[in-house]
Structures are given as structure tokens and as C-alpha cells.
Design a protein around this ligand. Structure first.
Ligand code: 1GP
Length: 238
């Protein structure tokens, strides 16, 4: 399946909002998998994103094979580093952390990943990844050793998103960080979505259904939910 990006563009054109559930392989309890998959199938999710900070390849393969047996949703890798590649998935967000100035996360990891990706059938979706300050230090900030952009600095976030688009990225992802205290500000989502053409992804710190709707209304095309669903598998069906 190599039409995931085409479908995202089509959804944006039709104003159909998308939802990704983010699964961290390190936090998967295998005995809970049937329940987890059944809850995903009952949810409004349109995509499954898979990623985490310390992921073993063999677990990743196994996990994706298991999910695919019971769930038809496209599986998109959301990797923290080049070790998190599995050709069992459908696509990969080929991320460049463009809010930061750490060359490892701007280009070095991508150079290491390219020959590995060439051996797979994964659909490669280049993504400008922008970290937004969210009230406390998040794992992305710690691991990438980059500073997030100040949440009041709308102009810098917009310029960064536009530069990401001009560089040829297919998506822009505004990230508050997993488990963030504060989600990406709605005003920022509005400003960026109105001034770029490519789809806008919003994630980090969204903890209720209203938060998802607010992000959509502000202009998000796809919202990512990780922690809230991880903590409560009935999140979407209260
Ligand atoms: C993290 O944006 C995702 O990369 C999801 O964040 O875990 O806070 O939902 P949460």
C-alpha cells in the first residue's frame, strides 16, 4: 500500500479530519493486545502511528504483524531514530526536526536511514517536525537536545513551517511533546494552517475529545493521540 499520502491530501481537500493513535512499542503489554486492537477498531482513528524512544526492531516487526492481523488501518512509523524502521509498516514519517539546530536530527539520522529505507517498500513521507514549548521539558527536547520554539512566537513557528514546506516536506507536524502539559496553542494552529498548503499534523498534550475538536476547528488536518489513549482505552468511547 503506497497511497497513504495521497489519501491524506484527498481528506484535506474534502475537509475530512484524520486521527492517529500513537502506540509506543515499549509500553505495549502483550496480554492486553486483543483488547487494545479491539478498542482501536471501535475508535474513530484513521491511522496508527508507531514510535518511541527505545524500540527494538524485532519487537516492532512482531507488533505490526499482530496489529495487521486484526486491524485494517494504515500503520505509519513515527521513529525517534534510524533503528526504528520496520518494513512491515505501510509508511514512515521521514522526520526532520526543523525547529532545532542539532544536525543529527536535521540530516544525520536521515542519511543513516536512507540506505535502509531503500531496501523496503515503505512509503516515505517527508515531514517537517516542529517542537513547541509546552510548559516543561519533554522527551523530544531531552533526546534531541534541541530547544522548542517559544509558544508565543507565532511568527517564528510560521516561518519555520513555511521553510519546511519550501524545502519540499509533504507534511508539517507541530509537536508539543508526548504527555505535554499544554497542547499546541489554537492560535498557532490557525496561523500555520492558513499559511501553508500541505497538511498540518498536531500532537502532544491533547487529553480530551474537545481538545481534538478544537484542534480540527483551528485547522489541524490530522491529530495524534498517544498518552490519553494509552492511559484509558475507553478514551474514545467514554
Ligand atoms: C507525541 O504528539 C504525540 O509525539 C502524542 O502526544 O502522548 O501527549 O498524546 P501525547
Amino acid at each position: 500500500m503506497r497511497n497513504i499520502y495521497k489519501n491524506i491530501l484527498q481528506s484535506k481537500a474534502n475537509n475530512e479530519k484524520l486521527l492517529a493513535i500513537l502506540l509506543d512499542p515499549d509500553k505495549i503489554v502483550w496480554s492486553m493486545m486483543p483488547n487494545l486492537i479491539s478498542k482501536i477498531n471501535q475508535s474513530p482513528a484513521t491511522h496508527i502511528f508507531i514510535g518511541g524512544s527505545l524500540v527494538e526492531n524485532n519487537i516492532l516487526d512482531e507488533l505490526i504483524i499482530e496489529i495487521k492481523k486484526y486491524c485494517p488501518l494504515p500503520i505509519v512509523l513515527f521513529p525517534g531514530n534510524p533503528s526504528q524502521i520496520s518494513d512491515k509498516a505501510d509508511a514512515i514519517l521521514f522526520l526532520s526536526l526543523i525547529s532545532g539546530r542539532n544536525s543529527d536530527f536535521l540530516i544525520e539520522h536521515q542519511v543513516k536511514a536512507a540506505p535502509i529505507l531503500k531496501q523496503t517498500q515503505l512509503e516515505i513521507i517527508s515531514t517537517g517536525y516542529i517542537l513547541i514549548e509546552s510548559g516543561s521539558k519533554t522527551a523530544v527536547e531531552r533526546i534531541s537536545k534541541t530547544k522548542p520554539i517559544n509558544r508565543d512566537n507565532l511568527n517564528l513557528v510560521l516561518s519555520t513551517a513555511q521553510a519546511g514546506e519550501m524545502l519540499g516536506n509533504k507534511l508539517i507536524y507541530l509537536e508539543a511533546g508526548s504527555g505535554a502539559k499544554q497542547a499546541v496553542p489554537l492560535e498557532m494552529i490557525e496561523k500555520v494552517s492558513e499559511n501553508i498548503e500541505i497538511p498540518l499534523l498536531i500532537g502532544g498534550g491533547i487529553i480530551d475529545l474537545q481538545g481534538i475538536q478544537n484542534a480540527y476547528k483551528a485547522g489541524a488536518d490530522l491529530v495524534i493521540i498517544g498518552t490519553a489513549f494509552e492511559n484509558d482505552l475507553n478514551f474514545f468511547n467514554p
